[in-house]
Design a protein around this ligand. Structure first.
Ligand code: F6P
Length: 534
């Protein structure tokens, strides 16, 4: 399926991106896609028009339009679990009905959103208080999709916070919950136990620890613990009153769930109106994704770049580099979204994939990375496509000079990656300091190969609406890449084996059961733990 594209890759192997700009003065205006006022600039990649046309042809050969309609229509695309994939319904604020098994799911979604808002307003204005007075702090206990989305979005929207402080506990390592709870008042803290299944061992262990902390510290667990889950029987068994339980359906995947009740901490932090703006941004991206032609379709072009750089060029990783400090959790969020969705080895049919389906996603906020791993990005031998994100404007009006520096640094990085610096230029910069062989030696350390691809997602400002647009664009990118590779992006069987083995190892690590059934390494490590545990 990718033969044609491999041909384009070979044809372009000697082409420099700077040559493409020289040959086409309008390249920056043409090699871009825009959704609302979010702009995806992909002109600093080695794609030319014929290669792009070949990539775009994938959309039709993969029957993308048909698959996209099937997703929005509620077909059971998650074929190993027999589930629809309808996170888009959670933000379908003014769209039409969405049917699952013949029943419109929108009334229940909108009712839950209103119930969240009623609860959130009551907590925010102090009517729903704790045993010691108005709630000052919220601790969300969840992991994976029940943590990364709300944690990322809450941090991203810091300028809009006017509610209680929100904290996130995910790791079963007692250090996480201990450090989080230590400074908090158990009588003025609200705990949200967020778990789609309400069985996840990390979350349930942390939830029980938090409940004991609250009870021992004079809090009221009945009033001060809320839950978000698809399993109301289990939330009831945990002792959480129904009025403090916010449900959703199993056709919302964990990593796609921030738009519904899993977003409750975001709503508590920023309020119902800002949360709705976040949903509206995502809905606007849904409309764009469903209506724009392939070449103008921002999520589609994001996805085609993913395919080009990973499947065709063979670059094993992609760096996500937000020049927006408040998006510093975006790389971790995207690691789950992309790698748990598309890190698969078989197609929908069960047949082995002919090539790896998903790259390793990593990254950190700019400019921090510049003083750490950018060395390798610029001069290391492996090529790492870089995905920059940048707001035209920050929120700190009194610190506008900071933002100008931030913008200059972001643009400088993509320029440096593209242009590089040859030996002659490196030599010229230091020729007054060194001579002869030492000049040559020193200059070689200062060569940048350049021609390294990067893209930039640029937006006016990181508002709730814009954040919704960005996150929905990434979700649809995952969908498009999965559709082209014909994989199920919505299950995650790869996480199960480790869970099973951890359960079996529990009694062994407790010292209650012998490790003799385990391999030599595991036995030796268990031995070490047992010997060193005081
Ligand atoms: O183990 C993986 C996973 O199932 C993720 O897909 C999910 O987001 C996370 O665990 C948490 O699951 P839950 O919300 O059911 O606790």
């Amino acid at each position: 399926m990718f033969d044609d594209l491999h041909g384009h890759h070979a044809r372009l192997s000697e082409t420099r991106i700077t040559d493409l700009f020289a040959a086409d003065p309008r390249r920056a205006q043409v090699f871009r896609a825009q959704a609302g006022d979010v702009l995806f600039d992909y002109s600093k990649t080695c794609l030319d028009a014929p290669a792009r046309a070949a990539l775009l042809a994938l959309c039709d050969s993969a029957r993308l339009a048909e698959k996209r309609a099937a997703m929005f229509r509620g077909d059971r695309l998650n074929s190993t679990e027999g589930r629809a994939v309808l996170h888009t319904a959670l933000r379908n604020l003014d769209g039409g009905p969405v049917e699952v098994d013949g029943a419109d799911v929108m009334p229940a979604i909108l009712d839950t959103l209103s119930a969240m808002e009623v609860f959130s307003d009551a907590v925010r204005d102090g009517r729903h208080d704790g045993a010691g007075g108005a709630i000052t702090d919220v601790v969300n206990i969840g992991i994976g999709g029940s943590d990364l989305g709300p944690a990322m979005a809450t941090a991203a929207l810091a300028p809009y916070h006017d509610g209680p402080r929100c904290h996130f506990v995910s790791n079963v390592d007692g250090a996480h919950i201990a450090d989080t709870l230590r400074p908090l008042d158990p009588a003025r803290t609200l705990i949200i136990v967020a778990s789609k299944t309400f069985t996840t061992i990390e979350t349930m262990t942390n939830a029980r620890t938090a409940r004991a902390w609250m009870r021992d510290g004079g809090g009221d667990p009945v009033r001060q613990i809320a839950a978000v889950s698809t399993a109301p029987d289990k939330t009831t068994a945990f002792g959480i009153p129904d009025t403090q339980v916010f449900g959703f359906a199993d056709w919302v995947g964990g990593r796609y769930s921030v738009w519904g009740p899993i977003g409750l901490p975001v709503m508590l932090a920023v309020g119902g109106a800002a949360f709705r703006a976040f949903l509206r941004g995502a809905q606007a991206m849904d409309v764009h994704f469903q209506s724009a032609g392939w070449a103008d379709n921002l999520p589609v072009m994001l996805a085609l770049h993913g395919i080009w750089h990973h499947q065709i060029c063979g670059y094993p990783t992609r760096a996500v580099l937000p020049y927006d400090q408040r998006l510093n959790q975006l790389p971790a969020y995207l690691q789950q979204l992309e790698m748990e969705s598309n890190g698969k080895g078989v197609a929908v049919t069960g047949e082995a994939l002919p090539q790896p389906a998903g790259p390793v996603i990593w990254g950190a906020a700019g400019t921090n990375g510049q003083h750490a791993f950018y060395q390798l990005i610029h001069q290391g031998q492996q090529v790492i496509p870089c995905e920059f994100l940048l707001a035209a404007q920050g929120h700190e009006d009194d610190l506008a000079h900071h933002h100008r520096l931030l913008v200059a640094n972001c643009l400088a990085q993509s320029e440096a990656l593209m242009r590089g610096q040859d030996l002659a230029a490196a030599r010229a910069k230091i020729q007054d300091r060194y001579d002869d062989a030492e000049l040559e030696r020193q200059a070689r350390h200062r060569v940048f190969p350049g021609n390294r691809p990067s893209t930039t997602l640029i937006y006016p400002q990181l508002t709730p609406f814009t954040l919704g647009q960005i996150i929905a664009a990434y979700e649809h990118r995952v969908f498009v890449e999965g559709a082209i590779m014909n994989i199920n992006s919505y299950d995650q069987w790869g996480v199960e084996l480790g869970k099973e083995l951890a359960t079996a190892l529990g009694p062994i690590v407790d010292g209650a059961q012998d490790a003799k059934t385990k391999d030599g390494s595991t036995r030796a490590l268990v031995d070490y733990v047992l010997k060193h545990r005081s």
